[in-house]
Each structure stands twice: as structure tokens, then as C-alpha cells.
Design a protein around this ligand. Structure first.
Ligand SMILES: [Zn+2]
Length: 125
């Protein structure tokens, strides 16, 4: 079955924080916090699209022309990652929320990495 993953992966590359002066770390932290923005409109998980066969004999899908594809949202929760059908009218909204979620998580990860470096410098306060 065709299975298209539409998850949004942010690359979490960064040049080595240890090489940056504290001033620059603080500026980066502020910028990352600003990128967090409105975290109400976020989702963690993936959106996938799958074609379906309805099972009715004689339907076009029985001859290899499936219905859909339909969108499914899979929440990223330990052990509860059941895929849920997403109506086509909401797929774009889900995509936008997933993107915001990935952006927010990347910003949080960067803030945490900066704070860990500040801790190592005994400048966390
Ligand atoms: Zn069918």
C-alpha cells in the first residue's frame, strides 16, 4: 500500500555553542524564544495519506484504482499512536499545526542546549 509520510522534520543543526561568547548565546536564546510564538496552534505527530479500497465487489478500487488518498493523523504519544482519519477540509489545518509544533520543539531544544551551555559556564541564572 502506498504510504506517504508528511511529517515536518526540522534540522537541529547548530554550530558549536561552546565556541560562542555568552552575549551571542543570550541573543540566540532570545531569538529562539521569539520563534516559539503562539504554541496554542500546534500538534505533535505525523500526517499520512493513504489510498483505500472500499471492498465493494465491482468497484473501481477492486481493479487497482483506489479511493482517496485520505489523510490520517497519528499523534506522537507513547503507546497510543493510533492513526485517526482527518477530513480533507482539515488536512491543511493539521499540516499547519504540525509545522508549528515542529518549529516550537526545535526552538525549545535550542533554548535547552543554550541553557545547558550557560550552566557549564556557571552563567545560568
Ligand atoms: Zn471502492
Amino acid at each position: 500500500m502506498l504510504f506517504t509520510a508528511l511529517s515536518c522534520v526540522m534540522d537541529s543543526h547548530k554550530n558549536d555553542l561552546r565556541d560562542l561568547p555568552t552575549r551571542q548565546l543570550l541573543a540566540r536564546r532570545r531569538a529562539a524564544a521569539a520563534r516559539l510564538g503562539d504554541v496554542e496552534q500546534m500538534l505533535a505527530g505525523t500526517l499520512t495519506e493513504q489510498p483505500r479500497r472500499c471492498g465493494r465487489p465491482g468497484c473501481r478500487c477492486a481493479d487497482g484504482d483506489p479511493h482517496g488518498p485520505y489523510a490520517y493523523y497519528t499523534p506522537r504519544l507513547a503507546g497510543r499512536g493510533r492513526a485517526r482519519y482527518v477530513p480533507a477540509a482539515l488536512a491543511g489545518v493539521v499540516r499547519r499545526y504540525l509545522h508549528r509544533g515542529a518549529e516550537a520543539e526545535a526552538a525549545l531544544a535550542e533554548i535547552s542546549a543554550i541553557n545547558a551551555e550557560l550552566l557549564a559556564r556557571r552563567e545560568l541564572g
